[in-house]
Design a protein around this ligand. Structure first.
Ligand SMILES: *[C@@H]1O[C@H](CO)[C@@H](O)[C@H](O)[C@H]1NC(C)=O
Ligand SMILES: *[C@@H]1O[C@H](CO)[C@@H](O)[C@H](O)[C@H]1NC(C)=O
Ligand SMILES: *[C@@H]1O[C@H](CO)[C@@H](O)[C@H](O)[C@H]1NC(C)=O
Length: 462
């Protein structure tokens, strides 16, 4: 992917402890953890450290799509670090062996948090910043990690901005039909849009029931005709995933974050679904907005464009998708179903049973669905402090997170017209007023926390 030449960041590596919790397994062995850093805006030795807790991908992708953090750093004189999550991007503890069993076993939320804590203390030491308050930032799973950093390491983290963090649903505290119900928000633009999508899936189902596989291939421009119910299931998953991505990434301008998206992709999808051609042709072209953004795709290859995994909302492709699949098989619950009743998609169940079968086969593990609730407080978060939970109402992840303030320092910020962590993105002329306001609220709270933390750090130790 393109490195932005104007990016202020320098790429560095930190010798990170391989296993924080078992002194025998790896001894003092380390791996190289990548991080990006800029002191361009920093009031040296005084300004705060803004630390992005990297999530499931290459850290450059987050750094280049979170311009709010550097804009805020410029206002508040902050040092900025984006840390890459272990097992993603170039931070592979065992190189290409990282995704073997048992090497993959050091991929846990707890290890990742300990990585960030050690990196923060090392950097504060190296840069003479021990009195600089630390604020953590993250989007999506990265936002969950920001919350957890504040819960686990309040000794070094003064506050967290958790943008679009589905902290409740991923801990198993939610309704399994919520996610795809909220993806179905395509009806917001026109009820006919949802009906067209449902109608297209219905036609596909009928052709499949008649085993008219040639016809399916032809209408949907598949590279090979499907030949089994498994192929049809895969096809439905691939198509549903296109709608999911467009709903999440429904930004008011075109983006290159998770693939290439036009401005307002949900609107573009609905216009495509409501064209005069047949419903299946429209469905194909709508999927093409996601999978054929370059216009270079001759046909849809069922098994290379989309990979089924333990996350029914999609794991992406490449080695990052392996790491995410493993996390979805261990600590992170992503049991979401579509049912064709509360949503517009074919019924596809992914519950505890399906997850157990898949995960034992794929990774030789059994998920522990209640662990996150135990370890990170579940929905009993009201005793925590200094966390912003921001969510956009276009985002299907929003209702898996905290939508109402829990106390005067646990603040829910709702962003009407906002997609997945829109607030973390840099300012743009097409931004709705709501996100401008949200960023202002966030900036004010963060400035307050920094001030409070300075007082705490100045208080003499007993
Ligand atoms: C790890 O331990 C070994 C043996 O005790 C020692 O020789 C080595 O220098 C240590 N490495 C690091 C990075 O501390
Ligand atoms: C991809 O887009 C190009 C350009 O619009 C089009 O000609 C082609 O048929 C599309 N491929 C598929 C598989 O729909
Ligand atoms: C969705 O439900 C309708 C009936 O309400 C049915 O006609 C249609 O075939 C179903 N679609 C799928 C894909 O199962």
């Amino acid at each position: 992917h393109g490195r932005d030449q104007t990016s202020p960041f320098t790429e560095k590596y930190f010798p990170q402890t391989l296993d924080h919790f078992n002194f025998n397994s790896q001894g003092n062995r380390t791996f190289n953890q990548r991080y990006l850093i800029t002191d361009r805006y920093w009031l040296k030795g005084h300004g705060p450290l803004f630390f992005y807790t990297g999530n499931e991908g290459d850290i450059w992708d987050f750094a280049l799509n979170s311009g709010f953090i550097t804009e805020l750093a410029a206002q508040q004189g902050a040092l900025v670090v984006f840390a890459e999550h272990r097992y993603y991007g170039k931070s592979l503890p065992f190189g290409l062996q990282s995704f073997n069993v048992p090497e993959v076993g050091l991929l846990t939320v707890e290890q990742a948090l300990a990585d960030y804590a050690l990196l923060i203390s090392a950097l504060r030491g190296q840069l003479a910043a021990t009195r600089c308050p630390v604020i953590v930032f993250g989007g999506s799973y990265g936002g969950m990690l920001s919350v957890y950093m504040r819960l686990r390491y309040p000794n070094m983290v003064a506050g967290a901005l958790a943008a679009s963090a589905p902290i409740l649903s991923t801990a198993g505290l939610g309704d399994p039909s919520q996610f795809f119900r909220d993806v179905t928000d395509y009806e917001r633009l026109a009820p006919r849009c949802k009906d067209a999508v449902r109608g297209a899936f219905h036609q596909l189902k009928e052709l499949a029931e008649n085993q008219d596989y040639r016809r399916i291939q032809e209408k949907l421009s598949l590279c090979k005709p499907p030949s089994s119910p498994e192929d049809i299931y895969q096809l439905n998953g691939l198509l549903r995933n296109a709608f999911t991505l467009m709903a999440m990434l429904d930004y008011p301008y075109s983006t290159h974050f998770m693939g290439n998206m036009p401005a307002n992709p949900v609107k573009v999808a609905c216009e495509t679904m409501l064209r005069a051609s047949g419903l299946l042709e429209n469905l194909r072209d709508t999927a093409g907005i996601v999978y054929n953004s370059t216009g270079a795709l001759g046909c849809f290859d069922l098994y290379s464009l989309y990979v089924q995994c333990a996350d029914p909302t999609g794991c992406g492709l490449g080695s990052n998708s392996l790491a995410w699949d493993y996390q979805a098989c261990t600590e992170i619950n992503l049991c979401y179903d579509s049912n064709n009743e509360t949503d517009m998609f074919p019924p596809m169940t992914f519950g505890e049973t399906e997850r157990n079968i898949y995960c034992s086969k794929r990774w030789a593990v059994l998920p522990r669905p209640r662990w996150l609730q135990t370890q990170f407080w579940g929905d009993a978060l009201s005793a925590a402090s200094n966390i912003i939970f921001s969510n956009g109402d276009l985002d299907p992840w929003a209702n898996g997170g905290v939508r109402k303030s829990l106390s005067s320092s646990l603040i829910a910020v709702n962003i009407p017209g906002g997609a997945h962590h829109l607030d973390l993105r840099g300012s743009n002329d097409a931004d709705p007023e709501s996100v401008i306001k949200a960023r202002k609220t966030e900036a004010d709270l963060i400035a307050q926390w920094v001030k409070m933390e300075r007082t705490r750090l100045r208080t003499p130790k007993q």
